[in-house]
Ligand binder design. Structure first.
Ligand code: HEM
Length: 649
């Protein structure tokens, strides 16, 4: 955010309207009238953030005129030496006046806030030049303020306010960029399932490319198809069962750590968000490469590098101006230097692991790999599977990209689900009691297996409710590969919303999951909702409603049971490949920790604040006291109001 302010703040804005000596010279050389100079920085912005456009569009809204205007005559050789002082002053005045006027106009548009005003000015000027067809003439438009991006409230909460006012499809304009924000299940179903191959990851792929390359999440469709075919079968039943044993071992380490803290007789305070991140990192390291990061108890350089890269991915996804693409930024900006150093550490580590795995490759058919006796397999990791799979000769680079993708995708997301689940559960003695009764009955002191997790419906409903209220990530990103027409959704324009090739879309899972049209009491913590049906006749048959029996054998309520009103792991062809891996992991960790410890929030729940990046995390950690729990004991009933759920308001 800070970088964003620096790049687009008042200083930059003034620079944008007052050209540098070099740009003036360039304009003179081209014979372009100086008064058209204001368009230049916008061209840069648009080119950096969106698809490039022909330069004549940028230089002059009125086309060829600009190259023939008064500037051409003034700019042709020798003017400076023949000019009188008055002419020079007039020239300077002519040159700066538009800039000054633009500044004043920006201040007026922003009602005194220059940044907001500049953003609006850029929006007004760029409409029709840089924006793709985004919803046609009848789409509701929201004018984003820069202060929304830089303020304390996460961006996705603003998207909710607008959704409530404007409906399930609206256009959000920020400076020269515009997005279509989608919060309606019928429209979401169209984008991610029915017409999924008309969309790629757009802006997200641009941001993640330096980190994940062409890994499965950002990959273009052509790269994605064969990789998805190779990777999805790796998450088979025997693999997941073996992973659960590994989750148990990692969770035991966490339990031992808490036991150690409790042995002094005091009541320790622990940041549970951090503990979940460490636990998640150990698990993903073992699952993906069979490498034990041991991060619960120590910090290795690789772990530090992973955290550094994660932070940078987050920084980039929340920074408006991609300054890291500027020439030399990677050498001159300290955080970019650190990022590239971190990336080199991880890539070095991954390259070693890949070359080791390839040097011991034992090619096998898919069926054989899936039916191995996993009790005898020393390396059950995804890397081993992908290297040994017959017919899969992915390059080292592709393997590296896929592994890096899974390392990043599978770590923070699960930690975030655990963090918000514990936050919610710690406020409800009723749900704690339900969950603990199940855990004591079904699991006891054992490490739960797949069947045991199936026997914990209350715990699974709590995890799902946490994913509904705090979806990870809160926004999914898409870009249209060809023209399309989105369906109207609830209350939308009957003709639907046309989108042009290159149009950027935000699918707001946050809005979808808290929509008053698809959920009863959408901002309240009610895990029991997932065992009840819900319909809304206003959709006139276009939305099937929520039906718990429509989810098949899924461990969690999903896009099928909710007809795309609940997409905790996405949906359609690009649905998360690690959904079962992650859901089982979260359920197992919760069951084992809750069985042994009692966690209490140290502060007031209403003081918790969200921070956003790739996932929603807490602004100040999840600080909790840890006490030993006597298994089988009742949860002390206390006077409780509604569970505090952090909401858009
Ligand atoms: C609770 C934890 C997790 C959540 C909430 C989650 C959520 C998601 C979501 C919503 C998507 C769809 C993104 C989109 O459509 O743009 C996705 C995709 C993906 N996730 Fe997860 N994920 C989790 C854990 C994992 C794990 C553990 C792994 C790997 C070990 C993983 C790997 C992936 C990959 C590779 C994709 C891209 C799939 C594709 O495009 O084919 N995720 N995840």
């Amino acid at each position: 955010m800070r970088a964003h302010r620096a790049a687009l703040g008042p200083g930059a804005a003034v620079a944008a309207t007052q050209p540098t000596a070099r740009s003036v010279a360039a304009v003179r050389r081209q014979g372009v009238a100086p008064c058209r100079q204001w368009t230049f920085p916008m061209a840069q912005l648009a080119a950096l953030r969106g698809p490039r456009l022909p330069m004549q569009h940028v230089l002059s809204p009125s086309g060829a005129d600009s190259s023939r205007g008064g500037g051409a005559g003034r700019g042709r050789g020798g003017i400076a030496c023949r000019a009188t002082l008055a002419e020079v002053l007039t020239g300077v005045g002519l040159f700066f006046t538009p800039g000054a006027l633009a500044c004043l106009y920006a201040l007026y548009l922003g009602k005194g806030d220059f940044g907001d005003g500049l953003s609006r000015l850029l929006t007004q000027v760029s409409r029709g030049y840089f924006q793709h067809n985004l919803g046609g003439d009848h789409v509701p438009i929201c004018d984003g303020k820069l202060s929304d991006l830089t303020g304390d409230k996460p961006l996705f909460t603003f998207l909710y306010d607008w959704f409530v006012r404007q409906g399930g499809v609206y256009k959000l304009e920020f400076g020269p960029k515009a997005f279509l924000v989608v919060s309606d299940p019928v429209v979401v179903r169209h984008i991610i399932k029915e017409n999924y191959d008309n969309y790629d990851k757009g802006v997200l792929a641009e941001i993640l490319e330096p980190i994940m390359g062409k890994g499965l999440i950002p990959a273009d469709l052509e790269t994605w198809k064969p990789r998805r075919r190779a990777i999805a079968p790796a998450f088979h039943k025997a693999f997941l069962e073996t992973m659960m044993e590994m989750y148990g071992k990692c969770t035991e380490r966490c339990i031992q750590k808490f036991d150690g803290l409790l042995s002094s007789g005091s009541t320790p305070t622990v940041d549970m968000e951090k503990e979940f991140l460490n636990l998640g990192l150990d698990i993903i390291g073992l699952g993906v490469f069979n490498v034990d990061f041991g991060s619960i108890n120590e910090e290795s350089p690789v772990i530090q590098a992973v955290y550094g890269v994660l932070k940078e991915a987050e920084h980039r996804s929340t920074t408006y101006f991609p300054y890291w693409d500027l020439p030399l930024a990677r050498y001159l900006v300290p955080r970019q230097r650190e990022f590239h150093a971190d990336l080199a550490v991880i890539n070095g580590c991954l390259d070693d692991l890949i070359s080791q795995a390839k040097s011991t490759r034992q090619e096998e058919d898919l069926e054989h790999l899936q039916n191995r006796d996993y009790s005898k397999v020393t390396d059950p990791s995804l890397l081993r599977f992908l290297v040994d799979l017959r017919g899969e000769d992915a390059s080292d680079m592709q393997l590296r990209d896929d592994l890096m993708t899974m390392l990043i995708a599978g770590h923070e997301t699960t930690a975030a689900v655990l963090t918000w689940s514990l936050f919610l559960l710690s406020q409800s003695s009723e749900w704690q009691q339900k969950v603990l009764d199940e855990v004591d009955d079904v699991v006891g002191d054992a490490v739960p297996d797949l069947e045991a997790i199936k026997g914990l419906p209350s715990l699974r409903a709590v995890l799902a409710e946490s994913l509904r209220l705090y979806p990870q990530p809160p926004i999914l990103i898409r870009r249209a590969l060809a023209d399309d027409v989105l369906p109207p959704g609830l209350g939308g324009h009957p003709d639907g919303y046309p989108v042009g090739k290159g149009a950027d879309l935000f699918i707001s899972s946050w809005n979808l999951h808290r929509s008053p049209h698809t959920w009863r009491d959408p901002h309240e913590f009610h895990p029991e909702r997932f065992s009840e049906t819900f319909t809304n006749d206003n959709f006139e048959g276009h939305w099937a409603g929520f039906d718990p029996s429509a989810g098949g054998n899924s461990l969690y309520p999903n896009e099928a049971s909710s007809d795309f009103a609940f997409i905790p792991f996405g949906g359609g062809a690009r649905k998360c490949v690690g959904d079962q891996f992650a859901f089982l992991e979260a359920a197992l960790i919760m069951a084992m920790l809750l069985r042994r410890f009692r966690f209490r929030l140290t502060g007031r729940p209403e003081d918790m604040r969200m921070a956003t990046g790739a996932t929603i995390h807490t602004a100040d950690g999840l600080m909790m006291t840890v006490e030993r729990r006597t298994p089988g004991g009742a949860v002390e009933a206390k006077e409780e109001g509604e569970v505090v759920v952090l909401s858009p308001a």
